[in-house]
Design a protein around this ligand. Structure first.
Ligand SMILES: [Zn+2]
Length: 295
């Protein structure tokens, strides 16, 4: 693998996290010559899908992985690593305890698989969810924890030594970011929704998202990645996940809220190197990362 190539690894949980969370950022970096690798830990089998979307596919898993391949192609993702865990469902659902679910998996094992991918891909920059998983999804939180652990394990040959014995080299990525979002609009929405007859504590097609709790979990924003020129590609990638868009596509307050939350920049908290005290907001996740190509 050439050391002069910039590589970005996204460590996520579901087929659609890449497009709904940071499609614009991915499209921009791919266009700038960065190789983007994606870990998708679950098959997303609990993403509600109307029967019309299932006609061509044998299962929700097949449907959602096909949607992921569609999005990855639009975005120009170099490679997808699927870990094959079962979607754990929203917090508190009985699916959390399913033996194959990511939430029930041994954290050592999940972190080991992420470590192996970091050692193989050798990304300078790693991105995962914030500690609350954006909106509290158990799979997002599990991947946050596994990725933080793997980020620090990958350079240490005493961690998962069987991978070193198998020929992988220890590797230290330079930077770790958490994808997060500005809660200001959300706090506004939480106040306005009751006026529109919506309950912010029972949001989404399954009414299992509590916007009030999400608004209360706030993380600092250390990097803003503008993707004005890539909004069309980001939209095409989102549209690949048609089965998941159904609830949002219906006209009404939800659509209004979606437009409200749409911006032309993705926002990230920098976890490593740690930000101490005052900081200037970064505009590039690779800021300060030097490769042989002299970035
Ligand atoms: Zn997700």
């Amino acid at each position: 693998m050439r050391e002069d190539t910039r590589r970005l690894l996204l460590s996520l949980a579901h087929p659609d996290d890449e497009s709904f969370g940071m499609g614009g950022t991915i499209a921009r970096y791919v266009d700038e010559g960065v190789e983007v690798y994606l870990i998708c830990a679950t098959n997303g089998e609990l993403g509600a899908a109307d029967p019309e979307f299932l006609e061509k596919y044998g299962s929700v898993t097949e449907l959602r992985l096909a949607e992921l391949r569609c999005a990855a192609e639009k975005l120009g993702i170099t490679r997808i690593y699927t870990l094959g865990y079962r979607d754990s469902g929203m917090a508190g659902s009985p699916d959390n305890a399913h033996p194959d679910s990511l939430a029930a998996a041994d954290p050592d094992e999940v972190a080991g698989r992420v470590t192996e991918i970091i050692r193989e891909v050798r990304p300078q920059v790693v991105v995962t969810f914030d500690p609350f998983g954006g909106y509290g999804h158990p799979d997002h939180i599990a991947m946050h924890r596994a990725t933080v652990r793997a980020f620090h394990a990958a350079p240490d040959p005493t961690q998962y030594p069987e991978q070193i014995e198998a020929g992988l080299q220890p590797y230290r990525p330079r930077k770790l970011y958490y994808h997060t979002f500005d809660r200001r609009w959300l706090r506004f929405a939480v106040r306005v929704m009751p006026l529109l007859g919506q309950n912010p504590e029972q949001f989404g097609r399954n009414k299992d998202i509590n916007l009030r709790v999400i608004a209360a979990h706030e993380y600092p924003i250390h990097a803003r990645i503008a993707f004005d020129r890539y909004t069309e590609i980001a939209r095409q990638a989102r549209d690949c996940h048609a089965s998941q868009l159904a609830g949002f596509a219906r006209p009404g307050p939800l659509q209004w809220l979606r437009h409200l939350l749409e911006t032309n920049e993705d926002t990230f908290m920098r976890a490593y190197p740690p930000v101490n005290g005052a900081y200037e907001c970064e505009r590039d996740l690779f800021e300060g990362v030097h490769t042989d190509a002299g970035q």
